[in-house]
Design a protein around this ligand. Structure first.
Ligand code: ADP
Ligand code: MG
Length: 282
Protein backbone atom coordinates (compact mmCIF):
# COMPACT_ATOMS: atom_id res chain seq x y z
CA UNK A 1 0.00 0.00 0.00
CA UNK A 2 1.35 3.41 -0.95
CA UNK A 3 1.32 6.07 1.75
CA UNK A 4 1.97 8.81 -0.80
CA UNK A 5 0.78 8.65 -4.37
CA UNK A 6 0.54 11.29 -7.07
CA UNK A 7 -0.87 11.17 -10.56
CA UNK A 8 0.03 13.90 -13.09
CA UNK A 9 0.64 16.27 -10.19
CA UNK A 10 1.15 19.76 -11.54
CA UNK A 11 1.46 23.08 -9.76
CA UNK A 12 1.76 26.51 -11.33
CA UNK A 13 2.70 29.71 -9.51
CA UNK A 14 1.00 32.58 -11.28
CA UNK A 15 2.58 36.05 -11.13
CA UNK A 16 0.27 38.99 -11.63
CA UNK A 17 0.90 42.71 -12.01
CA UNK A 18 -0.90 45.37 -9.90
CA UNK A 19 -3.98 45.20 -12.13
CA UNK A 20 -4.25 41.47 -11.74
CA UNK A 21 -3.07 40.64 -15.24
CA UNK A 22 -1.04 37.46 -15.52
CA UNK A 23 2.62 38.37 -15.97
CA UNK A 24 4.07 34.92 -15.96
CA UNK A 25 3.54 31.32 -14.96
CA UNK A 26 6.12 29.05 -13.31
CA UNK A 27 5.34 25.37 -13.56
CA UNK A 28 7.06 24.31 -10.32
CA UNK A 29 5.79 20.73 -10.39
CA UNK A 30 5.20 19.25 -13.81
CA UNK A 31 3.11 16.06 -14.26
CA UNK A 32 4.76 14.12 -11.46
CA UNK A 33 3.79 10.48 -10.82
CA UNK A 34 5.09 9.21 -7.49
CA UNK A 35 4.47 6.09 -5.44
CA UNK A 36 5.97 5.89 -1.99
CA UNK A 37 5.52 2.64 -0.08
CA UNK A 38 4.51 2.67 3.57
CA UNK A 39 7.50 2.22 5.85
CA UNK A 40 10.08 3.17 3.24
CA UNK A 41 12.82 5.79 3.40
CA UNK A 42 12.74 7.97 0.33
CA UNK A 43 15.09 10.81 -0.56
CA UNK A 44 14.23 13.62 -2.94
CA UNK A 45 17.24 15.38 -4.40
CA UNK A 46 17.47 18.37 -6.68
CA UNK A 47 19.19 21.70 -7.09
CA UNK A 48 17.61 24.95 -5.93
CA UNK A 49 14.37 25.76 -7.67
CA UNK A 50 13.80 22.23 -8.99
CA UNK A 51 10.39 22.01 -7.27
CA UNK A 52 11.12 19.97 -4.15
CA UNK A 53 9.43 22.28 -1.65
CA UNK A 54 6.41 22.84 -3.87
CA UNK A 55 5.95 19.08 -4.14
CA UNK A 56 6.40 18.68 -0.36
CA UNK A 57 3.77 21.33 0.40
CA UNK A 58 1.21 19.22 -1.46
CA UNK A 59 1.73 16.30 0.90
CA UNK A 60 0.54 18.44 3.77
CA UNK A 61 -2.19 20.19 1.76
CA UNK A 62 -0.45 23.55 2.23
CA UNK A 63 -0.76 23.75 -1.56
CA UNK A 64 -3.38 22.13 -3.76
CA UNK A 65 -2.57 20.89 -7.26
CA UNK A 66 -3.28 23.03 -10.30
CA UNK A 67 -3.81 19.73 -12.10
CA UNK A 68 -3.57 16.08 -11.14
CA UNK A 69 -3.99 14.47 -7.73
CA UNK A 70 -2.07 13.79 -4.53
CA UNK A 71 -3.21 11.05 -2.15
CA UNK A 72 -1.92 10.67 1.39
CA UNK A 73 -2.76 7.26 2.83
CA UNK A 74 -5.55 7.04 0.28
CA UNK A 75 -6.97 10.50 1.08
CA UNK A 76 -7.19 13.06 -1.73
CA UNK A 77 -5.48 16.17 -0.32
CA UNK A 78 -8.11 18.45 -1.84
CA UNK A 79 -10.77 16.82 0.35
CA UNK A 80 -11.46 19.55 2.93
CA UNK A 81 -13.07 17.12 5.38
CA UNK A 82 -9.84 15.15 5.56
CA UNK A 83 -7.39 17.99 6.02
CA UNK A 84 -6.62 17.31 9.71
CA UNK A 85 -6.33 13.57 9.10
CA UNK A 86 -3.93 14.30 6.26
CA UNK A 87 -1.82 16.65 8.38
CA UNK A 88 -1.70 14.16 11.19
CA UNK A 89 -0.76 11.34 8.85
CA UNK A 90 2.09 13.27 7.23
CA UNK A 91 4.01 15.61 9.52
CA UNK A 92 6.39 18.24 8.18
CA UNK A 93 9.79 19.36 9.39
CA UNK A 94 11.28 22.46 7.79
CA UNK A 95 14.71 23.94 7.26
CA UNK A 96 14.95 26.34 10.15
CA UNK A 97 14.42 24.79 13.61
CA UNK A 98 14.10 28.26 15.16
CA UNK A 99 10.81 28.79 13.34
CA UNK A 100 9.39 25.47 14.55
CA UNK A 101 10.25 25.49 18.23
CA UNK A 102 7.89 27.59 20.31
CA UNK A 103 8.12 26.13 23.84
CA UNK A 104 10.31 27.58 26.58
CA UNK A 105 11.34 24.09 27.65
CA UNK A 106 12.09 21.16 25.33
CA UNK A 107 9.47 18.75 26.75
CA UNK A 108 6.78 21.41 26.67
CA UNK A 109 7.56 22.15 23.03
CA UNK A 110 7.28 18.49 22.06
CA UNK A 111 3.94 18.27 23.89
CA UNK A 112 2.25 21.08 21.94
CA UNK A 113 1.22 18.95 18.96
CA UNK A 114 -0.52 16.18 20.91
CA UNK A 115 -2.06 18.78 23.24
CA UNK A 116 -3.63 20.56 20.26
CA UNK A 117 -4.95 17.21 19.11
CA UNK A 118 -6.79 16.87 22.41
CA UNK A 119 -4.75 13.92 23.66
CA UNK A 120 -5.24 13.27 27.42
CA UNK A 121 -2.45 14.70 29.60
CA UNK A 122 -1.06 11.39 30.79
CA UNK A 123 -0.71 10.15 27.25
CA UNK A 124 0.90 13.44 26.18
CA UNK A 125 3.70 12.83 28.68
CA UNK A 126 4.17 9.29 27.42
CA UNK A 127 4.39 10.53 23.86
CA UNK A 128 6.82 13.31 24.80
CA UNK A 129 9.11 10.85 26.51
CA UNK A 130 8.98 8.26 23.73
CA UNK A 131 9.54 10.91 21.01
CA UNK A 132 12.48 12.53 22.79
CA UNK A 133 14.05 9.12 23.36
CA UNK A 134 13.57 8.21 19.69
CA UNK A 135 15.66 11.22 18.58
CA UNK A 136 18.18 10.88 21.42
CA UNK A 137 17.13 14.11 23.16
CA UNK A 138 15.50 12.77 26.35
CA UNK A 139 18.35 13.96 28.58
CA UNK A 140 17.69 17.49 27.37
CA UNK A 141 13.96 17.48 28.20
CA UNK A 142 14.29 20.21 30.86
CA UNK A 143 16.54 22.43 28.75
CA UNK A 144 15.59 25.71 27.18
CA UNK A 145 15.66 25.17 23.38
CA UNK A 146 17.85 28.23 22.86
CA UNK A 147 20.62 26.51 24.81
CA UNK A 148 20.79 23.74 22.19
CA UNK A 149 22.92 23.38 19.05
CA UNK A 150 21.27 23.53 15.62
CA UNK A 151 21.32 19.75 15.26
CA UNK A 152 19.77 19.28 18.71
CA UNK A 153 17.06 21.85 17.99
CA UNK A 154 16.22 20.15 14.74
CA UNK A 155 15.94 16.80 16.57
CA UNK A 156 13.54 18.46 19.02
CA UNK A 157 11.38 19.67 16.13
CA UNK A 158 11.39 16.14 14.73
CA UNK A 159 10.30 14.84 18.16
CA UNK A 160 7.49 17.42 18.11
CA UNK A 161 6.18 15.97 14.86
CA UNK A 162 6.73 12.41 16.02
CA UNK A 163 4.65 13.02 19.15
CA UNK A 164 1.61 13.39 16.89
CA UNK A 165 2.19 9.78 15.78
CA UNK A 166 2.33 10.44 12.05
CA UNK A 167 2.69 7.53 9.63
CA UNK A 168 4.96 9.63 7.49
CA UNK A 169 7.39 12.48 8.13
CA UNK A 170 8.41 14.85 5.35
CA UNK A 171 11.63 16.73 6.05
CA UNK A 172 12.30 19.66 3.72
CA UNK A 173 16.06 20.29 3.80
CA UNK A 174 16.20 19.79 7.58
CA UNK A 175 20.00 19.95 7.60
CA UNK A 176 20.54 22.93 5.32
CA UNK A 177 21.33 25.28 8.21
CA UNK A 178 23.41 22.83 10.22
CA UNK A 179 27.13 22.14 10.45
CA UNK A 180 28.41 18.69 9.35
CA UNK A 181 28.09 17.13 12.81
CA UNK A 182 24.55 18.52 13.23
CA UNK A 183 23.72 17.12 9.83
CA UNK A 184 24.95 13.68 10.80
CA UNK A 185 22.96 13.77 14.08
CA UNK A 186 19.74 14.61 12.26
CA UNK A 187 20.22 12.03 9.52
CA UNK A 188 21.01 9.36 12.12
CA UNK A 189 17.85 10.25 14.09
CA UNK A 190 15.72 10.18 10.96
CA UNK A 191 17.13 6.82 9.97
CA UNK A 192 16.35 5.38 13.39
CA UNK A 193 12.74 6.57 13.16
CA UNK A 194 12.44 4.68 9.92
CA UNK A 195 14.15 1.49 11.03
CA UNK A 196 13.00 1.27 14.63
CA UNK A 197 9.61 3.00 14.59
CA UNK A 198 8.70 2.11 11.00
CA UNK A 199 7.81 5.71 10.13
CA UNK A 200 7.83 6.44 6.39
CA UNK A 201 10.49 9.08 5.74
CA UNK A 202 10.64 11.53 2.87
CA UNK A 203 13.92 13.38 3.15
CA UNK A 204 14.37 16.34 0.85
CA UNK A 205 17.95 17.45 0.54
CA UNK A 206 20.60 18.73 -1.80
CA UNK A 207 23.37 16.90 0.05
CA UNK A 208 24.02 13.71 -1.85
CA UNK A 209 25.76 12.01 1.07
CA UNK A 210 22.50 12.10 3.03
CA UNK A 211 20.74 9.78 0.62
CA UNK A 212 23.03 6.79 1.20
CA UNK A 213 20.56 5.03 3.49
CA UNK A 214 17.46 5.70 1.42
CA UNK A 215 15.57 2.76 -0.09
CA UNK A 216 14.70 4.87 -3.09
CA UNK A 217 15.84 8.21 -4.49
CA UNK A 218 14.05 10.65 -6.78
CA UNK A 219 15.98 13.46 -8.42
CA UNK A 220 13.96 16.50 -9.47
CA UNK A 221 14.78 18.94 -12.23
CA UNK A 222 12.47 21.67 -13.61
CA UNK A 223 9.52 20.25 -11.70
CA UNK A 224 9.93 16.76 -13.15
CA UNK A 225 11.33 13.52 -11.80
CA UNK A 226 14.57 13.35 -13.75
CA UNK A 227 16.03 10.21 -12.14
CA UNK A 228 14.75 7.44 -9.92
CA UNK A 229 16.53 4.50 -8.35
CA UNK A 230 18.44 3.11 -5.41
CA UNK A 231 21.26 5.28 -4.04
CA UNK A 232 23.79 3.10 -5.85
CA UNK A 233 21.97 3.36 -9.17
CA UNK A 234 21.84 7.14 -8.74
CA UNK A 235 25.46 7.53 -7.62
CA UNK A 236 26.75 5.49 -10.54
CA UNK A 237 25.45 8.07 -13.05
CA UNK A 238 28.03 10.74 -12.35
CA UNK A 239 27.73 12.62 -15.64
CA UNK A 240 23.95 12.81 -15.37
CA UNK A 241 24.19 14.10 -11.80
CA UNK A 242 26.58 16.83 -12.89
CA UNK A 243 24.12 17.81 -15.64
CA UNK A 244 21.44 18.07 -12.97
CA UNK A 245 23.75 20.42 -11.03
CA UNK A 246 24.18 18.18 -8.00
CA UNK A 247 27.37 18.09 -5.98
CA UNK A 248 28.60 14.54 -6.31
CA UNK A 249 30.58 13.46 -3.20
CA UNK A 250 34.38 13.62 -3.61
CA UNK A 251 34.80 9.89 -3.00
CA UNK A 252 32.24 9.01 -5.69
CA UNK A 253 33.95 11.34 -8.18
CA UNK A 254 37.39 9.96 -7.38
CA UNK A 255 36.22 6.37 -7.81
CA UNK A 256 34.53 7.34 -11.08
CA UNK A 257 37.69 9.02 -12.45
CA UNK A 258 39.83 6.02 -11.46
CA UNK A 259 37.31 3.71 -13.10
CA UNK A 260 37.60 5.73 -16.31
CA UNK A 261 41.38 5.27 -16.13
CA UNK A 262 40.83 1.52 -16.11
CA UNK A 263 40.73 0.61 -12.42
CA UNK A 264 38.17 -2.13 -11.92
CA UNK A 265 36.15 -0.50 -9.17
CA UNK A 266 32.42 -1.21 -8.66
CA UNK A 267 29.87 1.38 -9.85
CA UNK A 268 28.39 3.99 -7.57
CA UNK A 269 30.82 4.04 -4.65
CA UNK A 270 28.99 5.78 -1.81
CA UNK A 271 31.38 6.05 1.13
CA UNK A 272 35.09 6.28 1.97
CA UNK A 273 34.90 2.87 3.70
CA UNK A 274 33.43 1.24 0.62
CA UNK A 275 36.11 2.88 -1.53
CA UNK A 276 38.89 1.60 0.75
CA UNK A 277 37.41 -1.93 0.66
CA UNK A 278 37.14 -1.84 -3.13
CA UNK A 279 40.78 -0.69 -3.47
CA UNK A 280 41.96 -3.46 -1.19
CA UNK A 281 40.21 -6.07 -3.33
CA UNK A 282 41.86 -4.93 -6.58
P1 ADP B 1 13.15 23.85 -4.39
O1 ADP B 1 12.50 23.57 -3.09
O2 ADP B 1 13.61 22.62 -5.12
O3 ADP B 1 14.27 24.84 -4.27
P2 ADP B 1 10.73 25.29 -5.06
O4 ADP B 1 9.60 24.34 -5.01
O5 ADP B 1 10.91 26.19 -3.91
O6 ADP B 1 12.07 24.50 -5.38
O7 ADP B 1 10.59 26.20 -6.35
C1 ADP B 1 10.26 25.68 -7.63
C2 ADP B 1 10.04 26.84 -8.61
O8 ADP B 1 8.90 27.59 -8.19
C3 ADP B 1 11.18 27.84 -8.68
O9 ADP B 1 11.28 28.29 -9.99
C4 ADP B 1 10.75 28.94 -7.76
O10 ADP B 1 11.32 30.16 -8.15
C5 ADP B 1 9.24 28.95 -7.95
N1 ADP B 1 8.54 29.38 -6.72
C6 ADP B 1 8.66 28.82 -5.48
N2 ADP B 1 7.86 29.43 -4.59
C7 ADP B 1 7.22 30.42 -5.28
C8 ADP B 1 6.26 31.41 -4.93
N3 ADP B 1 5.78 31.50 -3.67
N4 ADP B 1 5.83 32.24 -5.90
C9 ADP B 1 6.29 32.14 -7.16
N5 ADP B 1 7.20 31.24 -7.57
C10 ADP B 1 7.66 30.38 -6.65
MG1 MG C 1 13.06 24.11 -1.14
Amino acid sequence: MDIIKTKDLTFEYIRRDEDGNVEGITTAVDKVDLDIAKGSFVAILGHNGSGKSTLAKHINAILNPTEGTMWVDGMDTTDQDKIWDIRQTAGMVFQNPDNQIIGQVVEEDVGFGPENMGIPTREIWERVEESLRAVGMYEYRKYSPNKLSGGQKQRVSIAGVLAMHPKCIVLDEPTAMLDPSGRREVVRAVRALNQVEGVTIILITHYMEEIIYADRVFVMDSGKIAMEGTPREIFSQVERLKELRLDVPQVTLLAYELQKKGLRLPDGILTVEEFADALEKL
